[in-house]
Write a protein that binds this ligand. Sequence first.
Ligand code: ZN
Length: 406
Amino acid sequence: MNKEICKYIDEHESVFVELESLLSSIPAISPLSGGEGEYKKAHALEEWLRKQGYTDFQYINAPDEKAYKGVRPSLILTIPGKKQDRSFWIMSHVDVVPPGDLKLWDTDPYTVVVKDGKLYGRGVEDNQHGITASVMAALALKNAGIQPEYTVKLLFVADEEIGSVYGLQYILKEHPDLFGKDDYALVPDSGCSTGDEIEIAEKNMLWLKVHTKGVQCHASRPDLGKNAFVAASALVLKLAELQDYFKSFQDNLFNPPYSTFAPTKKEANIPNVNTIPGDDVFYLDCRILPTADMDKIMEEIHSRCQKVEKEYGVQIELETVVDGVSKKSNPESPIIKRLITVLKDVSGRDAKLVGIGGGTVAAYLRNIGMNVAVWSTIDETCHMPNEYTWIKNLQNDAKVMAHLMI
Ligand SMILES: [Zn+2]
């Protein structure tokens, strides 16, 4: 453990608070959620970093006419390493979600309040925890006069909260050469309060829209129609059975360790009580283990639909709404092994590798072949009123990131 780095981070608590306060004071909300985008916040961050002596910045501006200045900027700060044949990326996102009902907040969401060792405010955890920890890690190295081993790239992306279309997806599409084949990344945008879980894999996400077509008629003569709602209800139960059907295929990296199949959203059918609905739409949210046999799963889904079609005389159409495949990071790759070592060294933590059911932005990087660790020490208050993060966790995570850089 490098004492000078740790000392700098321990002694500069006020700078963590300063940067978090600046970032929270400029809401970067997607135009789709009624905001103006990331322009002002990204540029304020750049200005702050320039004051610390950094000069190597690159903007990637995704056009979005609904946003302030017509762009959704992602910002990259480059810190050259001793070796430049690969880069170590730390990716965090600039955008935040709206505060929601202000009555649920004890303080103003855009004014950071320090209380009992925590910082409160919209964005302080999601994802300014990642921004601030990575920036402070870089500053600690700079202060100690240490050049990173490999080139460090702090990537502050736009539009993570609403699908990354104007953020990482745009970057990968327009600048595919930005990422080298041996690059690796840390994404501090998910984690747990003990900070000992390193996420290396995600389940594949499959969202299906299930459209059942029957025959509409007067509710007093159900014999003349085909009730799409009843048929769809039968199908809901059959599809929910899939979870048990595939339960024996397990991967203990994940919790739960099996694929899940959850009927979720239900669209309205008819507005009145006295009509037999001829149309019904519901959705199925599947989170599938990366090792599962996808063909077998689709076959089981289709055969259940066919049974219901036959039994109820309806037609069923399936539409894939989201089909997110995520590669797994290699547990033996340098970023994962090094993070395990550093966590033990700096925090005394025994890390365990985990997979999650939810999708993160890391999937896009994993899918281009990069090894990515998703990790941070947070209480998971993101998107909640009174969002907070612990100053001690910010400092710990900055120390870990600094040691990953060297
Ligand atoms: Zn986030």
